[in-house]
Design a protein around this ligand. Sequence first.
Ligand SMILES: [Mg+2]
Length: 216
Amino acid sequence: MVVWQEIDTVLLDMDGTLLDLHFDNYFWHEYLPVKWGEMHALEPAEAKKQLMPRFKSNVGTLSWYCIDFWTEELQINVMALKNDIEHLIQIRPHTEEFLEFLHRSNKHVLMVTNCHEKLIDMKMKKTRIDRYFHDIYCAHNLGAPKEENDFWVKLGQEVDFVPEKTVLIDDNLTVLRTARAFGIRHLLTIAQPDSKAGARDTGEFTAVESFRHLIR
Ligand SMILES: [Mg+2]
């Protein structure tokens, strides 16, 4: 799947790649609509119907990934609600074995995420996987989401990496396409980012069924 001798730098997405996307999906599709609905005397189904178009119109933008934006937009304490379901933050199977392998192999390992910093902190406190990374790059600090070329340009200004010798693993296909256009040669996606949802169409990208398949 990856010829490791050809790789210097490993870029890893967080949600849906290292961590189970179920936490995020459950939050946006189930928990938040219930809580927001309670504030407006709406049944969960009606709350969802009203929220989904508002979510959709922001997909792929920094706002979509911004805790402060949704706190303001929906007038609800998003971080407090995230805390309520913190127990759903889970590391995906064999992630730590894979990270240990990368460490042993002396690769430069970076996390690249659209996740808001407050939520990165919560997830790292819970999972402790930050110890495997040389650094974590957050889209909100670079000023562009990974779906935009700007993110990769800015990452290239901050990090010394050769795109031809870099692998990116990300569950988001739009992100992979942008990274490919930027020049990152090795691209993999995740077969099942959400443990409670089925496998999905992964387009033109090779999908990792298990991180064990990447460990040599
Ligand atoms: Mg992701």
